[in-house]
Design a protein around this ligand. Structure first.
Ligand code: SF4
Length: 336
């Protein structure tokens, strides 16, 4: 729902201010039509149905994997693609991965989104709408900003969405904002906004390799990024989650685990998630399970806590940007 449009429409009708909150409460609980909003006058419900669409995004495609992971590809009103993923876990958790931008201006070489054209920043309503899409079907309790885009480049809208996510059942501490190391955003997040968690996409333990994989490292080198993360950790009294994609023969060697452990230290400021790679067209292969386990052991022996994230939704292109990148590629192929 476009919340600005809702507020404008209600103000033009001279409705009291609490009406916007009433509508939002229904929407946040998963209402699928204005008809359900029984504490609103029938005439107002009909007018809102005509003037303010319940969804700010058009659903273009959905895919569901055998492990329960669901991915949705949407279009904004101005035809920008974006996607969101719902991950269902055996312990009952329901986590939604949200996009903050359509496309991404950063060009990480392993990432399908990075290979797409950058469209624009998403509005707070468009970000919330992705979560609402899944909330209309079932309760959700976790959100990660790890979909398309770099959240720190659209931090106002991301924070505005974070303020409202508790209404959908996702408390701030169950929201993780992931960055490639955009220092101004990390610094802002240390002192501003709800107490969300911070995740850092690191992927390499030294500058040369990191710059190759993530050109943003030229602008914000590893040492500066980790120092900013430490400051965030001290200010928020919480560890930073380090995301480390396991790329076969690229960043998964024993000596790289040793270097990573040395960089992060064992004071608990960082926790590592090792992520099996969902191959894209970028030409990388994922590390073997044995290589991932050995890497994790080398970190653990040096006092760095590491977990291995489950690979999810492989057969539905569940990695960042893959579905939208395919849709864009097919649109380009199909255009005259
Ligand atoms: S990994 Fe994130 S920051 Fe890098 S290109 Fe992909 S979406 Fe952008």
């Amino acid at each position: 729902m476009d919340l600005d449009l809702l507020q404008r429409t209600l103000a033009e009708r001279g409705e009291p201010r609490f009406r916007a909150r009433q509508v939002w409460e229904w929407v946040a609980r998963g209402a699928e039509s204005y008809e359900e909003m029984t504490n609103l006058p029938a005439a107002l419900r009909a007018e809102l149905a005509a003037a303010v669409p319940l969804s700010a995004l058009a659903l273009e495609r959905e895919a569901r994997a055998r492990d329960g992971t669901e991915k949705a590809l949407f279009r904004t009103a101005d035809d920008r693609p974006l996607e969101a993923v719902l991950m269902r876990y055996r312990d009952g958790r329901r986590s939604v991965c949200l996009s903050s931008q359509s496309g991404c201006p950063l060009t990480c070489t392993f990432c399908a989104t990075g290979a797409m054209r950058f469209g624009r920043n998403l509005t707070a309503s468009e970000i919330l709408e992705q979560a609402l899409h899944f909330r209309r079907r079932e309760a959700i309790d976790h959100v990660v900003f790890m979909g398309m885009g770099e959240p720190m480049l659209n931090l106002d809208a991301v924070l505005a969405a974070c303020e409202r996510l508790p209404d959908l059942g996702v408390s701030a501490r169950r929201i993780a904002v992931s960055t490639v190391g955009w220092i101004p955003g990390i610094e802002r997040l240390a002192g501003e906004g709800p107490p969300v968690r911070l995740a850092l996409s690191l992927h390499a333990p030294e500058d040369a390799l990191r710059s190759e994989l993530m050109p943003v490292n030229e602008r914000y080198p590893l040492g500066d990024v980790l120092a900013a993360c430490r400051r965030w950790s001290q200010a928020r009294r919480a560890p930073v989650f380090v995301e480390y994609l396991m790329l076969d023969g690229v960043n998964d060697r024993y000596e790289q685990a040793v270097a990573l452990a040395r960089l992060l230290g064992s004071d608990g400021a960082f926790k590592v998630n090792l992520i099996p790679y969902n191959p894209t067209e970028a030409g990388f292969a994922g590390s073997s399970r044995a290589a991932i386990d050995a890497f994790r052991s080398a970190l653990g022996e040096r006092g760095v806590m590491a977990t291995v994230r489950l690979a999810r939704g492989r057969e539905i292109d569940a990695a960042c940007g893959q579905l939208a990148a395919r849709a864009e590629a097919s649109a380009v192929t199909a255009s005259p």
